[in-house]
Write a protein that binds this ligand. Structure first.
Ligand code: FAD
Length: 322
């Protein structure tokens, strides 16, 4: 039987939802499932990998892996793919994986599809759908002439069921020799305002130029706090210096796919839509009834954000308190 290998990512010791999705997808195919977990966070996460479907875990808890290094990671991940005999390699389309897997695919001579939004497994092969041209069309991809198929899936595209806490996995320690590194990343500074990485968030409240000034983002943070949401932004406000680039959603920002996306004072330019069109439910709040965002919205509220957002926050507080 062909084997799946899932590249696991963790946040504060917890397996990211995107990795949970991929493990459960792989497990449901009935094929053997392995995971690769790197870094000191991985140790605490091994049980979670098993609970979501991994039967084997290729593990290194070495702190060498705590900060992403392209040369080290591509060398080690390629070796694990070869050792494990995996035919299907799945990872989330995170910034790390998007940098890592093109290098890995060249090393192991694999086919690679990135930014998948739908994934099917049939006749021992993967079929992937991915948006092209800022979401204006969708391509369906299959692999040819390759023994190894690598797919990077956007987060929140596949369902996640309950974890099975009775499951255990066999651990295989990774033995590696550190290559002679030509580059060294010494530190990665995360945006201070980010609660949860936008690409992982299940609920996002995003603000645009309609908010008038930076201080008014407080209104969105209050709403986000009540909803357990992460705050995002349009490029217009990032360029204006109101918020950091790590909060930007869109073609030149992050691609998000939450269950709920609330766009406040955002016009809905094609470049913004490119980053959030995978959202399941979109609520748009805008005082211009002709704003293009309403064409993407599941629910549209025409009105002044400064009246509507505080009211929403109050109402959600009442409902969610029970
Ligand atoms: P605006 O277009 O100015 O819209 C503000 C909206 O607020 C308007 O619709 C207005 O009706 C509404 N409004 C005003 N006052 C209120 C109020 N009181 N209550 C409610 N609503 C109100 N943009 C991105 O977002 N992400 C990207 O990644 C991105 N990449 C780009 C890449 C390229 C190459 C280019 C050329 C552009 C890119 N852009 C991107 C920019 C994009 O084209 C738009 O300029 C930008 O998205 C507009 O941001 P906005 O909607 O906040 O502002």
């Amino acid at each position: 039987m062909s084997k799946f290998l899932v590249f696991a990512e963790f946040q504060k010791g917890t397996l990211k939802r995107s990795s949970q999705e991929l493990l459960q997808f792989a497990a449901q195919t009935g094929q053997p499932v392995a995971a690769i977990a790197l870094g000191s966070q991985a140790d605490a996460g091994v049980q979670q990998l098993a609970h979501y479907g991994a039967q084997e875990v290729y593990l290194s808890k070495n702190a060498d892996f705590d900060v992403y290094n392209p040369e080290l990671f591509s060398s080690v991940v390629s070796d694990v793919i070869s050792q494990s005999g995996a035919k299907f390699v799945l990872a989330s389309a995170s910034s790390t994986a998007k940098d890592l897997f093109p290098r890995v695919s060249a090393r192991v001579n694999a086919g690679l599809v990135s930014d998948g939004t739908e994934l099917l497994f049939n006749n021992d092969a993967l079929t992937v759908k991915k948006p092209l041209y800022s979401g204006k069309c969708v391509a369906t991809g299959q692999f040819e002439n390759t023994n190894i198929q690598i797919v990077l899936m956007r987060a929140n595209q596949l369902p996640v069921g309950a974890a099975d806490n009775s499951k255990t996995a066999q651990i295989k320690e990774i033995n590696y020799t550190k290559p002679d590194l030509k580059t060294l990343i010494t530190n990665v500074v995360k945006g201070a305002s980010e609660k949860l990485d936008l690409t992982e968030a299940n609920v996002i409240v995003s603000g645009g130029r309609g908010l008038k000034e930076a201080a008014n983002f407080k209104m969105l943070e209050d709403l986000a706090q009540v909803l357990g949401a992460t705050v995002g932004a349009s490029r217009a406000v990032v360029d204006a210096g109101w918020v950091g680039h790590s909060m930007q959603v869109g073609q030149t920002g992050k691609t998000v796919a939450p269950s709920l996306y609330i766009a406040v004072g955002i016009s809905g330019a094609i470049q913004h839509l490119a980053g959030m069109s995978g959202s399941k439910v979109v609520v748009a709040i805008n005082n211009d009834p002709n704003a293009p965002i309403f064409q993407k919205a599941t629910y549209g509220i025409v009105g002044d954000a400064f009246e509507i957002v505080p009211k929403l926050t109050e109402e959600f507080k009442k409902v969610l308190a029970h």
